[in-house]
Design a protein around this ligand. Sequence first.
Ligand SMILES: Cc1ncc(COP(=O)(O)O)c(C=O)c1O
Length: 442
Amino acid sequence: MKNLRPTQSKTIPTLSKSTPLNDLELAELREQFPILSRSTASGAPLAFLDNAASTQRPKCVIDAMSDCYQRYYANVHRGIHTLSEESTEAYERSRKVIASFIAAASEREVIFTSGATASVNLVARTWGDQHLREGDVVLTTIAEHHANIVPWHQLSERTGCRVEFLTLQKDFTFDDEAVQQKLHEFRPKMFAFTAASNVLGTITPVQKWARWAREIGAITLVDASQAAPHQPLNVQELDTDFLVFGGHKMCGPTGIGVLHGKEELLESMPPFLGGGGMINRVSVDGFETADLPDKFEAGTPPIAEAIGLAAAAEFLQQIGLERVAAHEKQLAQIADNGLRSMEGIEVIGPSMNHKSGIVSFSIDRVHAHDIAQELDHLGIAVRAGHHCTMPLHRYLKKTSTTRASFYVYNRPEEAHRFIDAVEQVQKKFTPSGRKRTRRGSA
Ligand SMILES: Cc1ncc(COP(=O)(O)O)c(C=O)c1O
């Protein structure tokens, strides 16, 4: 089969250094995202700073999916006809691309799911049901998204196991000593933690925590939803047992996510959903499970979505994940500095040394939804609420926060605009006026 590689609408120059993108590169990259040049309902030019919720897709991803539908779409793994063979080849090629994206030992370790949430649920329902009993512990952190909490609560309801939480230090980071102490105190069977918090931005030392977990015999599940889109990941170096992420936060489509698992672990687990595609044989008496990775992919998989996800991974690799990280960090630093210099504003997250491109904050006496609404009026899309982290918000004694999250296509100018807009919002709601302490403008 020829020419199934998605055509890149525009080539991004490959630079090896971990430097933020320059103006020229950024302008070229933004051409891939026509949506970024639109305005919001108020007519203001859009600054899209809601990337932790979902990113935008470049033309090459849209083209790859549209190419599939227009030229060779058919169901995979089933038909002995040209279109089905071509679709199957493209679908399995996507698995190889994702395996290389996270440096997996084999593509058999890459399971396509519908998203990070589905991946955690798969592990909880299979490995969890198989191994956890009353009195066993799942250790997680207070900074998790509900996707990495609720499936463990559900597991607890089914098996009687307990869910325990690591808490934060005052600076919104985790204390290594406390992590080690809790691992030894609880001796969890599962240590499920985020690689980067979707609210605080706090980055966790995945490799080190996975090593400590292994030393006490715990299995690790890392929620890389906010890491895979933003930094290089090497699951073999990290030595994690399970790692999950979704496509829509990394320029890919919705409806697709990844579960990476070590092959021997996946082999030892029972299948999750039953149906077509996950069996070798079925009779009136029972069934025989298919080999990896099909064993965990019952039913028609998200075919065009997998192809789109692979195009997104290649797009990010072409830019270079180090450069993506450096670029976002530069923008978040502008936002973080600006907010920290304003009286009456609290940044909810650690210093930039410990976090990714996420900057959450609150303004004294102003509701997060009012902030987000006013920012939207000024053209700035941010998220407000609990961000699916109710336990974290309760722990921080907040009902809601406002979050700006940057991605590789954002411009430094947008980070400055964001700060000026927050200042305007603050003035509107607290007219007595607040000052910026360091940047000087009253
Ligand atoms: C840290 C984190 N984990 C999990 C999820 C859920 O991901 P998905 O939409 O792929 O199920 C999100 C999405 O907001 C997230 O930020």
